[in-house]
Design a protein around this ligand. Structure first.
Ligand code: SAM
Length: 356
């Protein structure tokens, strides 16, 4: 796979990552300490914070909060759009990347549908501040892949998380037909086809540039048990009861609640009775500061459905559609992460499970 090899780009991105680590490990805990102090005073005055809005009222005017919020917004902007950002660096390699994407593929590994309509909820925002989103530019999959390497800056191995999630799903699943909804450039799909060569894995997404990279990547690894289809997860066109497991990773929070409900209903349709639906996503604890931080992240990172997703009752929605044994599980993306909650900024990783 073509990688940007440019010392100025590398130095600039390393500098931004250093700033992000400072923001994660130094500014966040200071802000949390400030919040605790103010929340304590408010409680003594008989008005303890109960909701995210109460935490906002305590913190929004604080210079430390403003610094935190500014860095969250603009470090991400610089990462993508600054002079040595991801987009211009990949623009300089456009010809090479497009040639790699055009390389012949084994039959059946990739099926694109140019007539597929990109949903308005998705096209109307440049998600993650990625210029043009991850669907409109042929090289967007590469830009996204490089960007995703530092999405979770505390993790040394950016890929560990997906393998860990796959291990959890593999422990629980009873069949081998797996559907990965919103598979992106295939990072969440890869552990399923690589860990178990008997698994039959389908990755679907609406973003053709990502699917093309996923397919090239799988073909380069000589994978024989995966295919990538350009489909909307709300209307996959796949046969009824054709899968044992439906998963997604970081997709749900990118959809408005009515679309989430449709995706769950579609999962129910394509699952075999007894099959599992398992999503890895973000649900913060029901605590004002954590929720305020999480909702702010959604606003600052151009992820407008993050907050509505948390406010919808995901479990009740699933039960209403007929899922049984519905549960949410805190997901420890790396050892010690849950015990250290609140000490450093982290995504509130949560596994959402239901059985047909
Ligand atoms: C944050 S990305 C996660 C990608 C991948 N699962 C991973 O973990 O790297 C969310 C993905 O959901 C996809 N997506 C959003 N809405 C979708 C829909 N209605 N149908 C299929 N994919 C969708 C996006 O195109 C994007 O690739």
């Amino acid at each position: 796979m073509i990688n940007v090899r440019d010392r100025q780009f590398e130095a600039y991105q390393a500098f931004l990552l250093g700033c992000k680590l400072h923001w994660t490990g130094r500014i966040f805990p200071e802000l949390h300490a400030l919040y605790r102090e103010k929340a304590g005073r408010a409680a003594n005055a008989g008005t303890p914070p109960r909701e995210a809005e109460d935490a906002a009222a305590l913190l929004e005017g604080e210079p430390l909060y403003r610094q935190f919020a500014w860095l969250e917004r603009h470090l991400q902007r610089f990462k993508y759009s600054g002079r040595w950002g991801l987009q211009p660096a990949h623009d300089r390699l456009r010809g090479e990347i497009e040639a790699e994407l055009d390389a012949p593929l084994p039959p059946g590994i990739l099926e694109l549908d140019p007539s597929l309509e990109v949903p308005t909820y998705f096209a109307s925002v440049d998600i993650h501040q990625h210029p043009g989103g991850i669907w409109s530019d042929p090289i967007a999959g590469y830009v996204y892949e490089r960007g995703a390497r530092s999405t979770t800056p505390l993790m040394q191995q950016h890929k560990d998380l997906h393998w860990k999630f796959t291990a959890l799903v593999n422990e629980r699943r009873r069949g081998r037909r797996i559907l990965d909804m919103g598979c992106g450039f295939g990072k969440s799909t890869r552990p399923f086809w690589a860990e178990d060569r008997d698994a039959q894995v389908t990755g679907i997404d609406i973003a053709a540039p990502c699917l093309r990279l996923a397919a090239q990547d799988a073909a380069a690894a000589q994978a024989r048990n995966v295919r990538f289809l350009q489909r909307d997860c709300r209307r996959t066109g796949l046969p009824d009861a054709s899968h044992d497991v439906v998963t997604s990773t970081m997709m749900i929070h990118e959809m408005p609640p009515p679309a989430i409900r449709e995706a769950f209903a579609e999962a129910m349709r394509v699952l075999e009775p007894g099959g599992l639906m398992v999503h890895l996503d973000f649900i913060p604890p029901d605590e004002p500061f954590m929720r305020f931080m999480h909702f702010g992240h959604g606003r600052r990172n151009n992820e407008p459905y993050m907050e509505p997703m948390v406010r919808m009752d995901v479990k009740e929605t699933m039960r209403g559609l007929g899922f049984r044994n519905v549960e949410t599980i805190d997901f420890e993306e790396m050892p010690g992460a849950l015990a250290a909650r609140g000490e450093r900024w982290r995504f509130p990783w949560t596994v959402i499970v239901g059985e047909k």
